[in-house]
Design a protein around this ligand. Structure first.
Ligand code: F6P
Length: 550
C-alpha cells in the first residue's frame, strides 16, 4: 500500500499545475462560448443520477488528464483492493468493507482471511431486519405488552448522523412505523426534550456505538436507563433497550437482552456504518423493503464505481473536480446545497464522511502531504442558504465550490412548491456561474430610469462576478435507492481523493487527543481546585465555571 505514488508525484499532476494559471483567469462565460455543447461534454447520466459539471471551471480538454492521473495512481487496483477486503486501513491494520454490507446477489462469495463475509453479513442483517419489522408490527413489544410508539437512537458521529440524516431524508417512506428520533449530544438536552413528552411504556431505546465506550453515548444511555427504571422498574429495562456494537462484553454489562443486540465488525468504519445494523432505527422507520432498496441503491453505485470508465464515473469525476478546485483553483471549501428540506442533515452527514476521512496532512508512508487535502464541508438546504450566506458566496471575497442537490419530484407531495425549489436552484446555479457584469447591471438600472450619477454610484455594488464553480446533481426523487446511491457516491469520492492525496481515509487519530484530555478534565469540572498543574487558561475557565455554578 505504501508503495503507491500519490497525486503530486504523478506526471499528470504537473500537467494540471501547468494548466491552472490560465484556468484561473478563464471565465465560465468563455468556457461556454468556446463550446456550444458544453453541457453534453460536461455532464454524465449514470445510475439514475444526472451529474452536471458544466459550470465547473475546467475546460473539456483537461478531462483526459484527470483520467491519466487516475491511471498513474493505479486507481483501478486501489478500488479493487478495498472491495476485496485487503488491509487498506494500514494504521489500524483493518480491511474496509462497508461495501460488503450491501453486496446483493454478487456472483462470487467474498472471502476474507478464509471467512465468508457475505454469510456473516446476511445472517446479522436478517436478525436486524426481523427485529425492525417486529418493532414496526408490534410483534416486538414493550414490558407492558404494548407496541412501541417512539424509538430513540442513542449514538454519536457515524452512530447518529447516518440514522438521523436518513430517517429525515426518507420521512415520506415511514408510514406504519413508530416515530424515530435521535439523541447524540452529551449535554442531555436532546434526551430531556424527548423524554419530556415520551410514554415510557411505549419507548424503545437503541444504543448504537461501535465501541460502546463513547462518553456521549454512554452518558445518554445511562440517563435513559435511569429514566426508564424510575418509571417502570428495573425488570422492565431489557424489553426497552436494544444495542448495536462490536463490544459484546459492554452490552452484557449494560444488560442488553441477547436477542436485542446486533453485531458489527471492526472493518466497518463509524462513518460508513449506516449500511450495518447501525441502520436499525432507519429500518424500523422505513421497513425491510425500503431498507433493502436503500442497500440496493448503494450497490448500484458500487458497481458503477468499479466498472465505469474514469470520465463517465461519477465518484471519480466528483473527486477529480474537487482536487482541481482545492489544489489548483485554491477553493478550500465545498458547500453542500440540497434543494429539499428532507436533506437538511445531508451536509452534516458529509461533514463527518469527508472531513473525518480525509482531514489529514500526513501520507500513508508518514511523510507530510505536500499539497492541501480535504475540503471544509458545510451547507444548508439551498433555499434557506439563499437568504443567509449566499450573499457572501456571490459577492464576498472568500470563495467556495458548490454542490447543488436537486430532486425533481417533491418529497412531501407538494409538486408546485418543489417546482419553485427547482427554479430557485437552477437560477442560483446560473447566477453563480455567469454573474452579472457591469454593462448588464448599468443597462438594467438605466432601463429603470435611474439617473446616470446614481447608476455610477451603485454599479460596483451590484456587479456579480460569477465564475463560482458548481456541480448540479439531479435525480428523480429522494427515495431509498437514490439516497443509497448519493451516499455511496460521496463515500467513493472520498476514497478517490484519499488515493490522490496519498492519505489513509479510514483512520481518525485526530479525535483521540480531545477525548483523552476530556477524561482528565471531567473530575476537574466538578472540583476545579484540583486543577493546579494545568494551563492558566484552563484554570481560568474552571474558576469561571465554579463561580457561575454556585
Ligand atoms: O468521532 C470519533 C468516532 O470514533 C467516529 O468515528 C464514530 O463514528 C464516533 O466516534 C462514534 O463512535 P462509536 O460508534 O464507537 O460510539
Amino acid at each position: 500500500m505504501n508503495n503507491y505514488p500519490s497525486g503530486a508525484d504523478c506526471p499528470a499532476w504537473k500537467q494540471l499545475a501547468g494548466a491552472a494559471p490560465a484556468a484561473r483567469t478563464r471565465t465560465t462565460r468563455e468556457l461556454f462560448a468556446a463550446d456550444d455543447e458544453r453541457f453534453a461534454h460536461c455532464s454524465v447520466e449514470a445510475a439514475g443520477l444526472l451529474f452536471d459539471y458544466s459550470r465547473q471551471r475546467v475546460s473539456a480538454e483537461l478531462l483526459p488528464v484527470f483520467a491519466q492521473l487516475a491511471d498513474q495512481l493505479q486507481l483501478r487496483e486501489r478500488i479493487a483492493a478495498m472491495f476485496r477486503g485487503d488491509t487498506v486501513n494500514t494504521t489500524e491494520v483493518r480491511a474496509v468493507l462497508h461495501t460488503a454490507l450491501r453486496r446483493g446477489g454478487a456472483p462470487a462469495p467474498l472471502l476474507v482471511a478464509g471467512q465468508d463475509i457475505d454469510a456473516l453479513v446476511r445472517a446479522e442483517r436478517e436478525r436486524m431486519l426481523a427485529f425492525a419489522e417486529g418493532v414496526r408490527s408490534g410483534a416486538v413489544y414493550s414490558s407492558s405488552d404494548q407496541p412501541f410508539s417512539l424509538v430513540i437512537n442513542i449514538g454519536i458521529g457515524g452512530s447518529d448522523l447516518g440514522p438521523a440524516m436518513a430517517v429525515e431524508a426518507l420521512r415520506q417512506y415511514t408510514a406504519g412505523g413508530p416515530r424515530v428520533a435521535c439523541v447524540s449530544n452529551v449535554d442531555g438536552c436532546q434526551l430531556a426534550d424527548l423524554l419530556a413528552l415520551a410514554d415510557p411504556a411505549r419507548t424503545l431505546f437503541i444504543i448504537c456505538s461501535k465501541t460502546f465506550t463513547t462518553l456521549e453515548t454512554r452518558t445518554n444511555a445511562l440517563a435513559a436507563r435511569a429514566w426508564l427504571r424510575a418509571r417502570l422498574g428495573a425488570a422492565a429495562v431489557p424489553a426497552h433497550f436494544a444495542a448495536v456494537s462490536v463490544n459484546a462484553r459492554a452490552m452484557d454489562e449494560f444488560g442488553v437482552h441477547p436477542e436485542y443486540r446486533f453485531a458489527m465488525w471492526d472493518w466497518v468504519g463509524g462513518r460508513y456504518s449506516i449500511w450495518s445494523s447501525i441502520g436499525v432505527s432507519l429500518a424500523i422507520a422505513i421497513g425491510r423493503a425500503h431498507f433493502e432498496a436503500f442497500l440496493h441503491g448503494a450497490a448500484a453505485m458500487d458497481r458503477h464505481f468499479q466498472e465505469a470508465p474514469w470520465l463517465q464515473n461519477l465518484p471519480v469525476l466528483a473527486a477529480m473536480l474537487g482536487i482541481w478546485n482545492i489544489n489548483f483553483l485554491d477553493l478550500p471549501t465545498l458547500a453542500i446545497l440540497p434543494y429539499d428540506q428532507r436533506l437538511a442533515r445531508f451536509s452534516a452527514y458529509l461533514q463527518q464522511l469527508e472531513m473525518e476521512s480525509n482531514g489529514k496532512s500526513v501520507r500513508l508512508d508518514g511523510s507530510p502531504a505536500p499539497v492541501p487535502t480535504c475540503p471544509v464541508i458545510w451547507g444548508e438546504p439551498g433555499n434557506n442558504a439563499q437568504h443567509s450566506f449566499f450573499q457572501l458566496l456571490h459577492q464576498g471575497s472568500p470563495r467556495a465550490a458548490l454542490d447543488f442537490l436537486l430532486p425533481v419530484i417533491s418529497s412531501c407531495d407538494s409538486q408546485p412548491a418543489q417546482d419553485l425549489a427547482i427554479a430557485n436552484c437552477l437560477a442560483q446555479a446560473e447566477a453563480f456561474a455567469f454573474g452579472q457584469g457591469a454593462a448588464a447591471v448599468a443597462a438594467d438600472l438605466h432601463r429603470q430610469g435611474m439617473a446616470p450619477e446614481r447608476v455610477a454610484e451603485l454599479l460596483p455594488h451590484k456587479v456579480h462576478a460569477g465564475n463560482r464553480p458548481s456541480t448540479l446533481l439531479m435525480f428523480p426523487r429522494v427515495d431509498p435507492p437514490t439516497l443509497g446511491k448519493l451516499i455511496a457516491l460521496y463515500e467513493h469520492k472520498v476514497l478517490v481523493q484519499s488515493v490522490v492525496w496519498g492519505i489513509n481515509a479510514f483512520d481518525q487519530w485526530g479525535v483521540e487527543l480531545g477525548k483523552r484530555l476530556c477524561d482528565t478534565i471531567v473530575p476537574l469540572v466538578k472540583q476545579p481546585r484540583l486543577a493546579r498543574e494545568l494551563s492558566s487558561s484552563l484554570r481560568g475557565a474552571l474558576k469561571f465555571v465554579e463561580r457561575e455554578r454556585r
